[in-house]
Design a protein around this ligand. Sequence first.
Ligand SMILES: *Cc1c(COP(=O)(O)O)cnc(C)c1O
Length: 486
Amino acid sequence: MRYVSTRGAARAAPLGFTDILLAGLADDGGLYVPLEYPRITALQLQAWARLPYADLAFEVLSRFAADLPADTLRDLCRRTYTAAVFGNGRDPARAAEIAPLRPLGVEGGAALALLELSNGPTLAFKDMAMQLLGQLFEHVLGATGAELNILGATSGDTGSAAEYAMRGRRGLRVFMLTPHGRMSPFQAAQMYSLREPNIFNLAVRGVFDDCQDIVKAVSADAAFKAGQRIGAVNSINWARVVAQVVYYFKGYFAAAPRIGDPVSFTVPSGNFGNVCAGHIARMMGLPIRALVCATNENDVLDEFFRTGVYRVRGAADTFQTSSPSMDISKASNLERFVHDVVGGDPARLAGLWRQVEHHGGFTLDDGAMAAVRERFGFRSGCSSHAHRIATIRDVDQRYGVVIDTHTADGVKVAREHLELGVPMVVLETAQPAKFTEAVEEALGRPAPRPLAFEGIERLPQHFTVIESDVEAVKRFIAAHTGIVAA
Ligand SMILES: *Cc1c(COP(=O)(O)O)cnc(C)c1O
């Protein structure tokens, strides 16, 4: 399997999986995509249905990572997807499933269920891919003796997932920028309580946008970036996307009455990474009926799927909501999907993203949007804060299950797209304990907190407060990598 940029770079000499593993954007600003999607036969699907999660992950990933030896990849998957890492105190049988299905009930003639993806170390679904990335990075760097310094900005889930995946790994350091004093006490405690010497938490005197601007400025300094071996693990990373393909297969096998029957998925979405993985699973031949993209008040994606208009928003039009991990103004991974919609035509795709740069968006015509719905199976919807609170209350009363605000967004939108006899799986993207204020508002009691996280706010915290200043951050990085500029 070889990779090219959505906008055309690398067409002459497509790259391998390990070539793009540590890369961010392609040289032309595009995203890496495979030259074609591997297709799964009905017979293979039957066989995969019986595999434990780690071996299913190996089967899926090996179709995309031909340049990694099979034994190595299988070993990395088995070391990643263990009941110890993804157990979160559940009973051993469920823990061993890694991503178990939790049936809720039958609504509108459809079996409604949650796919549990948030039992990893940081209690959000990002662990599912990031933990594998940690193993892959360490392996690839170890083979060459190279170093990688991951630089990122986070207001919550991504940063903590990255730190827990990279902690203590050889050849890796993480420099994570957070807005000083602006994360929830739980999220701050999760990140700052880490003690590994390769993890550096930088609390920036500013807001999240300042953190992100600093990361962009540092990354734009090509000499510094190359000299200090700076990399990223943001949501456009191909390996992250492809690791997420695995649980669509897992969820399908658990929800389908018979292998081959259609199943629909609803995905609480922000950067379009998670639901893009569902699209890839569908392109591989998994019998997914509908892929429902659910947003909160930041409805860039819902607007696109309803109208064909993709219109990015400015910071002033990006709302802070009770589902903060979906508060985005543009959906980076959408470019991968639109690349398929325009038939893989890099010139057309590049033209669309030039329109995004110069005019803040583009519009797809009715023909293209008919394909989006019919050929690619996409649907969408959005939720407000009141919807999410009502849904948390309803799911608790009806089924005795406490869900978080992001998952509640998914359940609300899923209910608008139920079809008779077609199971609907909602991806559970975070544990309610991470967003307990909303649970308290809905249920009048705090969210249950997993045992391992009791008292986490009282642990000693390790972070460095730093001015909102690009040069100060560069100096800090250089001082801690020990790499002297040439
Ligand atoms: C990141 C995140 C999302 C959005 O996922 P995308 O891949 O960016 O679409 C949804 N819910 C939670 C809890 C998240 O952390």
